[in-house]
Design a protein around this ligand. Structure first.
Ligand code: PLP
Length: 534
């Protein structure tokens, strides 16, 4: 799945995979439906299909094909039934992630579907004569538009992302269909992301409030009064300390790195992408290392910066970021001046099993995407639930997490989505930010001069040029405020009781981020309304 689609054969394989799985699913759904019902007009009332991103977008034309070509319904009726059965969840506003297919490739692999897409486009245009929106245009099929046009409900995955969908990618379609877009903030399952991955904390919670939280996560709010109970708070802190000691033993045994379990465990684990800004995090680590070397005896808060994440196979810059983190870790971890204050660890092969080991042991959750780019995030929810406060931007579900856990239990920094759009228009915004911050220019200078790649000083020219030039993701412009927030984190962590209280309040106030709540909302707002006229 998901082959490297930077090549023609990769693209073709991807479209074949998408069609194969979608067609198989629809064939199965219709087989089961026809086993129970003999009237295809009942389909929207009996079946709800959720398109998870644009990858199964071909479901629209495929369902029309099944109903029209193979079952003999008139085209308009087939399209109406399909549209009232399908719904679409959008997961990203990044233009490069919204799939389009060339009409050439689509016409060669799926000629009948291309014809049907043409008729869908025409029918939508006829029903909406004021429209400016085309599924087909500039020789390509636009899968986001196709999903929108063929869906009864279209949803974003956080409040902010849903509003930005209405204002940006789907602005024209939203004006035509103002009732179609709804917000469904993501959630995570408490069975995996607390009960099973963190037995020490879940045992303590169950002793305190019973086990009702396991399938009713908002009952975690019953923990709130216990943050003033010193006996409970001692046990809460002890559970985190034991999780950290266990992770430290695992890191020593499997990765050969020694870390102090009393140091702050600062964790950024997620796919590697420029918008997630792992490079801003490693720049901060480099700047911190330089500052520690200048004043090794100052009262530093010891930190272990843990990274993990995979890059897409064709994403060269993301792979260079992984290499830079590894190179910087090797130099920083070997420095006898700073060794007991700062460690950087990059763990390979990030997956769910590794996430289940790291999250219960985390003190700090890094959620530092460029505002407006992270649709929701779910890692952010897992950390908050397990008592790791967030350092983050006002992006995706961070906004809602901060509202629920309280601004005083969240380390906010950076530009808002609106400010980001304005800043991009400022000429030389990156150069200006770099020359205004000596720490940032020193950190970038060290990378440029080959401090972390002495055998090949130009190795990171690509990253350096990007951050100091176009810097679309505004690493340079957000760095200074990120540094400020990190020093606030340092100070807060030195107050162990205050930190534990902040962590426990994150746990107590994260119950709303259960996927049980999310699924209930999909059922109420989307699936039970399938087949309705509006
Ligand atoms: C939760 C999770 C993610 C999503 O993380 P974000 O920080 O929201 O991007 C990705 N990969 C794995 C393995 C996860 O468990």
């Amino acid at each position: 799945l998901y082959p490297d689609d930077t090549t023609g054969v990769g693209k073709e394989l991807r479209l074949k995979q998408e069609y194969f799985f979608t067609a198989a699913s629809l064939a199965d759904i219709l087989r089961r439906f026809e086993g129970e019902h003999d009237d295809l007009r009942l389909l929207p009332e009996k079946v709800a299909i959720q398109l998870n991103d644009t990858h199964p977008a071909i479901a629209g034309p495929e369902l029309v094909r099944l109903l029209h070509d193979t079952r003999g319904l008139p085209f308009e009726e087939a399209m109406d039934l399909a549209t009232r059965t399908l719904n679409y969840t959008n997961h990203t506003l990044l233009p490069e992630a919204l799939e389009t297919w060339s009409e050439d490739l689509m016409g060669r692999l799926l000629p009948r579907h291309l014809e049907i897409i043409g008729r869908i486009d025409e029918a939508h245009a006829k029903a909406n004569p004021s429209r400016k929106v085309a599924v087909l245009g500039d020789g390509r099929v636009h899968m986001g538009e196709l999903c929108f046009v063929m869906a009864h409900r279209v949803n974003g995955v956080s409040a902010l992302h849903t509003e930005l969908m209405k204002e940006t990618v789907f602005a024209d379609l939203h004006r035509l269909h103002p009732e179609r877009i709804v917000a469904e903030t993501n959630g995570v399952t408490p069975r995996r992301w607390l009960l099973s991955c963190n037995p020490r904390l879940s045992g303590l919670i169950t002793e305190a409030i019973g086990d009702g939280w396991v399938d009713d996560l908002e009952r975690l709010e019953e923990l709130e009064p216990l943050v003033s109970d010193s006996g409970f708070m001692e046990r809460y802190a002890a559970a985190k300390r034991a999780n950290k000691a266990e992770l430290a033993r695992w890191l020593a045994a499997t990765q050969g790195v020694a870390v102090d379990p009393d140091a702050m465990f600062d964790v950024q684990i997620k796919r590697i992408h420029e918008y997630k800004r792992q490079h801003m995090n490693i720049l901060e680590a480099i700047a911190l290392w330089q500052e520690m070397r200048d004043a090794p005896e100052a009262g530093w808060t010891p930190r272990v910066k843990i990274f993990a994440g995979k890059a897409a196979p064709g994403y060269v810059l993301a792979k260079q970021i992984i290499r830079l983190i590894n190179d910087a870790a090797a130099v920083i971890n070997a420095d006898p001046l700073t060794r007991d204050k700062l460690k950087v660890v990059f763990l390979p092969n990030y997956n769910v099993s590794l996430a289940e080991k790291l999250i219960p042991a985390a003190d700090l959750s890094e959620q530092i995407s460029t505002a407006g780019k992270e649709a929701s995030g779910t890692g952010n929810m897992k950390f908050a639930l397990n008592g790791a406060p967030t350092i983050g931007t006002l992006d995706g579900a961070n906004v809602e997490i901060r509202e629920r856990v309280g601004a005083e239990n969240f380390f906010l920094f950076g530009m808002t989505a609106e400010e980001v759009m304005e800043r991009r228009k400022v000429k030389d915004h990156a150069k200006k930010a770099i020359s205004a911050d000596p720490r940032l220019s020193a950190a970038i200078g060290a990378i440029r001069d080959g401090v972390f790649s002495p055998e090949e000083p130009g190795r990171y020219a690509n990253i350096v040029d990007n951050i100091s030039g176009p810097d679309y993701f505004l690493v340079a412009s957000d760095f200074t405020d990120y540094w400020r927030a990190q020093r606030e984190v340092d100070a807060a962590y030195r107050d162990a009781d205050g930190w534990a209280r902040m962590a426990a309040l994150n746990t107590a106030r994260s119950g709303w981020f259960s996927s049980d709540r999310t699924i209930r909302e999909y059922a109420r707002d989307i699936w039970f309304r399938n087949g309705a006229d509006t």
